[in-house]
Design a protein around this ligand. Structure first.
Ligand SMILES: NC(=O)c1ccc[n+]([C@@H]2O[C@H](COP(=O)([O-])OP(=O)(O)OC[C@H]3O[C@@H](n4cnc5c(N)ncnc54)[C@H](O)[C@@H]3O)[C@@H](O)[C@H]2O)c1
Length: 291
């Protein structure tokens, strides 16, 4: 049963593509908690059509906006305030895309036009959303703005490509804009760093199954699902977290603090010694030789 943590609040949710999308779960839960919502996505995602099904289910209008286009974001906020009947209380930025990752380009062979696109769609767009809201004075006092990040912002994940730079920039924007928006309107700006999750964007990363299995084996609580992420977002949009801002918040079952786990040792560690240069070390790993 819902606690109505968002009763009467108005929100805009970016990035619900299909029912696996994290934004989809957040929208469903925000609605259960009493929020009134506008859903938005890029024109190409709207053509897929699923978002309208969600809109009907949660009584939310859908507005097309390419998140890289400032005029489209301005129109989105204007329309949303008119549909919802006032200023906005919360925004979810759940958008990420790298043409380099999509096309499987190696990190040492990036296309820089693609990289600009990666940064624009996945990080600078967060600044654009915040700046539009700030200039239009479209957020209520004590509002909350969230974006979704990944631990590759801090650590190296070999096949995550230029999305690592995008996530590092995304988290930095939350810190920088959080200061200015806090002063102006007491608006909170945070990122949630989520476990690997089975979605269109997630599974588009090469080696995703290893990301997913490894993180689960390392985390004492197991991977956080998209439902877990949605629950965290609801709390962060609610009035229960009014003094939390400019943070990157890990929602990852403990993964980010781990080094090695019993599960990894007992059931997942299948190294055959290939990574060792010294044949003696390889034999040691395979149990053929005592050190
Ligand atoms: N899935 C994971 O493993 C994982 C882990 C940590 C963080 N995240 C982040 O969560 C967020 C949501 O991704 P998801 O996993 O739910 O996948 P998803 O594919 O369902 O969502 C990505 C969304 O970005 C939208 N998008 C892309 N380009 C756009 C543009 N120009 N304008 C507007 N929207 C655009 C897509 O239409 C889609 O709805 C992303 O920021 C992603 O990096 C995902």
């Amino acid at each position: 049963m819902s606690n109505q943590l968002l009763k009467g609040k108005r929100g805009i949710i970016f990035g619900a593509l299909d029912e696996n999308s994290i934004a989809w779960k957040v929208a469903e839960k925000a609605y259960e908690h009493g929020a009134h919502l506008v859903l938005t996505n890029a024109p190409i995602a709207l053509r897929k059509g699923d978002i309208f099904r969600l809109g009907e289910k949660i009584k939310a209008e859908v507005i097309s906006a390419d998140i890289t286009q400032v005029d489209e974001i301005e129109n989105l906020f204007q329309e949303s305030m008119s549909i919802l009947g006032g200023k906005i209380d919360f925004v979810l930025h759940s958008v990420g895309m790298s043409p380099n990752v999509r096309k499987g380009l190696h990190y040492t062979d990036l296309d820089y036009n693609y990289m600009n696109k990666t940064l624009d769609v996945s990080a600078i767009s967060f600044h654009k959303v915040l700046q539009v809201a700030y200039k239009m004075d479209a957020m209520n006092d004590w509002g909350s703005v969230l974006a979704l990040s990944y631990i590759a912002a801090q650590r190296t994940y070999s096949s995550y490509g230029d999305m690592a730079q995008a996530k590092a920039m995304l988290e930095s924007i939350a810190r920088s804009f959080g200061y200015h928006y806090g002063l102006k309107r007491k608006v909170r700006v945070n990122t949630i760093s989520q476990s690997p999750t089975v979605t269109t964007a997630g599974t588009g990363v090469s080696g995703f199954k290893s990301f997913y299995a490894y993180a689960n084996c390392m985390s004492p609580l197991g991977n956080a699902s998209s439902d877990d992420c949605a629950n965290y977002c609801i709390v962060m949009f609610s009035d229960l977290t009014r003094k939390v801002t400019m943070q990157n918040l890990f929602n990852d079952g403990g993964y980010s603090t781990m080094g090695i786990s019993d599960t990894l040792i007992s059931s997942c560690f299948t190294c055959q010694g290939e990574c060792f240069d010294d044949p003696g070390e390889k034999e040691f790993i395979l149990g053929k030789k005592e050190k």
